[in-house]
Design a protein around this ligand. Structure first.
Ligand SMILES: [Zn+2]
Length: 196
């Protein structure tokens, strides 16, 4: 058992339609199915500490009154396959993307969109939510930038979780809970690994 828990929290404002809500729920389940699988190991005051890593994705359909709660909220929706307002030539040059995610400087939201035809695809929805957690692309696996490079291993790996936590900062996107002594320098020196 770990000494404590680190909760990576995220609020996603989901469009209020069935396709978007079902798709968002799929992504939430994919990420939260890894709860308890990983631990974050770090040293605090010379003592090795183990934190169980818990993902907590909260889906809401209205923008919270305090949208800066947890350092900000993200948005997610399902779009028609031919929606050119999002899947335009800049974000989808070849017309083959199944989802996109980007920071909207006007609204201040990190947005994720998936095409209707991929709204039940665990790899697509999980990938875009990975971007909402601040992840960049990888050569293979869930976060590959090209669907042809997505391997059959869609596991949320220790490496991905490590990136999320080590990129997190107090007041940043993912919130750390139950870790009151936890600070950014401590986090930088930690390592995520699979629990035995
Ligand atoms: Zn991507």
């Amino acid at each position: 058992m770990g000494d404590n828990t680190i909760t990576v929290s995220m609020i996603i404002v989901v469009a209020n339609d069935d396709a978007s809500k079902n798709s968002g729920e799929l992504g939430k389940q994919l990420w939260e199915s890894n709860n308890g699988k990983y631990e974050f190991v770090t040293t605090i005051n010379g003592e090795e500490k183990h934190f169980d890593v818990i993902f907590k994705i909260t889906l809401v359909t209205e923008i919270p009154e305090n949208r800066n709660v947890l350092g900000g909220v993200n948005t997610f929706d399902v779009r028609d396959d031919n929606d050119r307002s999002i899947f335009d030539s800049r974000r989808d040059p070849a017309g083959t993307r199944t989802g996109v995610s980007y920071y909207n400087h006007t609204t201040g939201f990190q947005e994720a969109h998936v095409k209707k035809s991929s709204s039940n695809s665990r790899s697509t929805v999980g990938h875009e939510i990975g971007h909402l957690f601040g992840l960049d692309h990888r050569a293979t696996g869930l976060m590959a930038d090209d669907k042809s490079k997505v391997t059959s291993n869609l596991n949320i790996t220790a490496g991905l979780v490590n990136s999320i936590i080590n990129n997190a900062s107090p007041g940043g996107l993912p919130e750390t809970q139950n870790c009151k002594s936890f600070s950014s320098p401590n986090m930088q020196s930690g390592q995520v690994r699979e629990k035995e």
